[in-house]
Ligand binder design. Structure first.
Ligand code: GDP
Ligand code: IMO
Ligand code: MG
Length: 429
């Protein structure tokens, strides 16, 4: 396998974890490059479900894993995740996992601000995961962030915490009318875990560079989805990081010429968690059926995911923004029972055809989807492992997606397990 980037093409939860787990077998290193523990990536191995929020999914295949500089890391969640993986007999020692010295730390006050801000917004809330992601990236951008390398000089770290809390506490007290955060408590909490964290801290960019020089293969694991991207998504109903493939380079400190394959993960339909426009959302029995059949509950917050038809305006947007070289289409089995399946081929706005994804939320909310209808296959496909064995109507549905998106489908997933996978075009060995 060449260096491969995995990105979500929709609004997250496309099944990235499953595909990363599958491809990890052919990689030497697996790297997260953005986001934080707002992600929830599910792997099902021999019937056992494992969810990772921060540590790359490649850890399940026991590949060397890296958390890049572009990730924001809650150190308490990280240690919990390490313990959870250890209890599943997965080695997460510092030989297996490194965290970039430049990665930013999600501090307890980031979580407090995230929740307070959402509560204050009421109806206008984003529907964040409440994990402190936005406030942490905000401090990074305003150059007040705490980084992992700061832990190596704890006196400096303590000073920084005390300084920054003067401003944060003013904001919490006077703007949110909420409780303030005691700097000494936070310093104590971090002091208790810092010795466990320090062996994991390294210059990840340098290790990856050396590895690539020595023909090691890197798999980049994206989180969220293209339409949650801070630049290109449904702003402001987005996450706070750049999700698209270009950021795989920046967020891990690897030069862009090292990115070879870029695989977009697309669910056979669409889901979204949290607020924000969603043109093909279903509010009827079919939407409920997809939600139930697909067990569409958030892997991080447990919230019900909103469900709707596949949207080609969205997929074409993702193909362009990410330079997709292939698609992995997941959850095709969830549609097994439907009489008819719709694909949105474009939008209409005030009677005018819209073919590119609108930038304004209001316009997007006013767009109505234009559908074409395909007959279902009405057959259980979850045991199929050869493309040719798929029912004709399923093949036609896939061919139409390739035609409309201009990108070849290389993998088809028909169940949550590693084994429930059809390799249509082998690009990895
Ligand atoms: P991620 O965030 O993109 O990694 O996706 P999530 O793990 O949040 O959500 C995807 C869900 O779908 C998980 O529960 C997976 O186990 C499950 N899943 C992945 N691929 C398939 C598939 O092809 N069919 C079915 N039925 N479930 C799948
Ligand atoms: P994975 O990697 C789905 C959504 C939240 C909210 C918005 C902003 O599992 O696909 P944030 O906490 O990031 O500030 O929330 O983004 N969101 C996700 N939705 N899958 C995810 O990750 C998500 N990460 C964030 O629901 O709407
Ligand atoms: Mg998820």
């Amino acid at each position: 396998m060449q260096n491969t980037v995995i990105v979500g093409t929709q609004w997250g939860d496309e099944g990235k974890g499953k595909i990363v787990d599958l491809l990890s077998e052919h990689a030497d290193y697996v790297v997260r490059f953005q986001g934080g523990n707002n992600a929830g990536h599910t792997m099902v191995v021999e019937g056992k479900e494992i969810i990772s929020h921060l540590i790359p999914s490649g850890i399940i295949q026991q590949k060397r894993c890296f958390i890049g500089n572009g990730v924001v890391v809650d150190p308490f969640v990280l240690l919990e995740e390490i313990d959870y993986l250890l209890s599943n007999n997965i080695d997460v020692s510092p030989d297996m996992l490194k965290i970039s010295n430049r990665a930013h730390i999600i501090m307890p006050y980031h979580r407090v601000i995230d929740s307070a801000r959402e509560a204050k917004k009421g109806d206008q809330k984003i529907g964040t995961t409440g994990r402190g992601i936005g406030p942490c990236y905000e401090d990074k951008a305003t150059r007040r962030g705490m980084r992992f390398c700061d832990l190596l000089d704890f006196d400096f770290f303590k000073e920084k915490v005390r300084n920054i809390l003067e401003e944060k506490n003013f904001y919490l007290k006077n703007y949110f009318n909420t409780e303030i955060v005691d700097p000494e408590t936070i310093i104590n909490q971090i002091q208790q875990i810092k010795d466990r964290l320090i062996p994991y801290i390294e210059d990840v960019s340098v290790i990856l560079f050396d590895g690539i020089q020595n023909n090691k293969t890197v798999l980049f694991e994206g989180a969220q989805g293209t339409h949650l991207d801070i630049e290109h998504g449904t702003y402001p109903f987005v996450t706070s990081s750049s999700v698209v493939s270009g950021n795989a380079a920046n967020g891990s400190g690897v030069g862009p010429a090292n990115l070879n394959e870029i695989i977009g993960i697309v669910k056979a339909y669409t889901t979204r968690v949290g607020e924000g426009p969603f043109a093909t959302e279903l509010f009827d029995d079919i939407g409920d059926k997809i939600q139930r059949t697909g067990s569409e509950f958030g892997a991080t917050t447990g919230r019900k995911r909103r469900c709707g038809w596949l949207d080609m305006v969205v997929l074409k947007n993702a193909a362009r923004l990410n330079s997709l070289t292939g698609l992995a289409l997941t959850k095709l089995d969830v549609l097994d029972d439907l009489d008819e399946i719709k694909i949105c081929t474009g939008y209409q706005h005030n009677g005018i055809e819209v073919s590119n994804f609108p930038s304004e939320i209001k316009t997007l909310q006013e767009c109505s989807p234009v559908y074409e209808t395909h007959p279902g296959w009405k057959q259980d496909i979850s045991g199929i492992t050869e493309f040719n064995d798929l029912p004709e109507n399923a093949k036609k549905y896939l061919a139409r997606i390739e035609e409309l998106s201009g990108v070849n489908i290389k993998i088809v997933s028909v169940g949550p397990g590693r084994e429930a996978t059809i390799i249509k075009e082998n690009f990895f060995n």
